[in-house]
Design a protein around this ligand. Structure first.
Ligand SMILES: O=C(O)CCC(=O)C(=O)O
Ligand SMILES: [Fe+2]
Length: 258
């Protein structure tokens, strides 16, 4: 069975044994990298439709906490909940992605979604209910970065389009908080921001599919070095229908709330 834009020869996503092996790796490591998951033709086509739109991207102008929420005035400014980090990468939002983009073929593909559900061990997955969050194309030109944060979405999968010459490194620490139980991991967050707790690095090349549990794994992307812009697609999904991104996250990352 072939799936559009995915190398199903190397990555037999409808094979239950393959999905189980991927699940075991994700569960053990907190992240999963599948190299050359997307075909070079698909990556080329997506770069062609996206690269010349870098100037249409929205660039956040402000800092944010790692929880992507407003600060809490009842806590000290240097409390882990209130500490600010900078994000300077830009993005094209879902409603800026063309209707006929290969990105929509991938995002809406039932076989791909079934594979992701298997790997994550959830019954079904849903798009965001807002108009901007489901598919995003990120741009990080020289010096631009994505600061430490936890995702709002249950999980994210990414597709690297173009790697920078240096920098643009994905760093993470799995299971720093437990969003479902409300354990926010303040002590470890502070240690990570202070560089007192070691972090892990995830290496991946263009065409890779990357999955991580970004709601509970704190993660960031270091500043791009050199003249090649880091370009990456984020496919965001939820494990329940009707989820919209929080108001403050929309303000911070999209500069608009609808
Ligand atoms: O750029 C990446 O590799 C990760 C993106 C990310 O963490 C996010 O969009 O929330
Ligand atoms: Fe993230």
């Amino acid at each position: 069975m072939t799936t559009l834009h995915i190398d199903s020869q190397s990555h037999p996503i409808s094979d239950p044994d393959y999905a189980t092996a991927c699940k075991e790796e994700l569960d053990a490591a907190g992240a999963l990298v599948l190299p050359n998951f997307f075909t070079p033709e698909a990556i080329d086509a997506i770069i062609r439709e996206s690269a010349n739109r870098e100037d249409e991207a929205f660039y956040a102008a402000s800092t944010h906490n790692v929880y992507l929420t407003p600060t809490d005035a009842s806590l000290a400014p240097d409390h882990a909940f209130n500490r600010q980090v900078a994000s300077s990468k830009g993005l094209l939002a879902d409603d800026q992605v063309p209707a006929d983009s290969p990105l929509r073929d991938v995002y809406n593909d039932e076989t791909f979604r079934a594979f992701l559900s298997e790997v994550l061990g959830i019954d079904s997955i849903y798009p965001y209910a807002d108009a901007v969050s489901s598919i995003n194309v990120h741009f990080a030109a020289q010096g631009r970065e994505l600061g430490w944060h936890f995702d709002n979405s249950s999980f994210a999968v990414t597709m690297l389009l173009q790697a920078p010459e240096a920098g643009g490194v994905f760093e993470y620490v799995p299971s720093v908080r437990n969003a479902d139980s409300g354990e926010q991991g303040y002590r470890r967050v502070a240690a990570i921001l202070d560089r007192e707790e070691p972090v892990q690095v995830l290496q991946f090349e263009p065409g890779a599919l990357v999955m991580f549990r970004g709601r509970d794994a704190i993660h960031r992307v270091t500043p791009t070095e050199g003249g090649t812009t880091r370009m990456l697609v984020v496919f965001a999904f939820n494990d329940a229908p009707g989820v919209t991104l929080s108001h403050s996250a929309l303000e911070t990352f999209y500069g608009r709330v609808r």
